[in-house]
Design a protein. Structure first.
Length: 129
């Protein structure tokens, strides 16, 4: 409806910049899968799983979710809609909830995870949270 009724007038340069952010988000997710073969969409600890503390995991504990956040928040602009940002903002509390839940599971079931949390303090954004 935004496009049809002309509610947003996103400059082409901003659309291209948002496209680049979306691609960077995908790139970060691919890097996470390369670094951590246990990464996945379900929260569970598998047999033989170990704590990964290299690559992006040496900076933040949940780099895949940061990639997802980049993708989700840049997609509305990449599609030329300012109004579509509003529903995409809902991903922020949803990701925070998921991260908190995942931290509980990993802390309880993955040996060495609590020590890793002491070394890598930030969940999603370095020096913020």
């Amino acid at each position: 409806m935004d496009k049809r009724f002309g509610w947003s007038n996103v400059p082409f340069e901003l659309v291209v910049a948002a496209d680049i952010v979306v691609v960077l988000g995908y790139g970060l997710i691919f890097l996470v899968f390369k670094e951590n073969s246990f990464a996945g969409r379900t929260i569970k600890v598998e047999k033989g799983q170990k704590v990964i503390s290299t690559g992006p995991y040496s900076i933040i504990r949940h780099p895949m979710y940061l990639g997802v956040l980049f993708m989700y928040l840049a997609t509305p602009i990449a599609l030329g809609s300012y109004w579509a940002i509003l529903p995409f903002l809902l991903t922020i509390p949803m990701l925070a909830y998921r991260i908190r839940n995942e931290e509980k599971v990993l802390g309880r079931e993955l040996k060495g995870y609590m020590e890793y949390c002491k070394k890598v303090r930030f969940h999603l954004i370095p020096n913020v949270w």
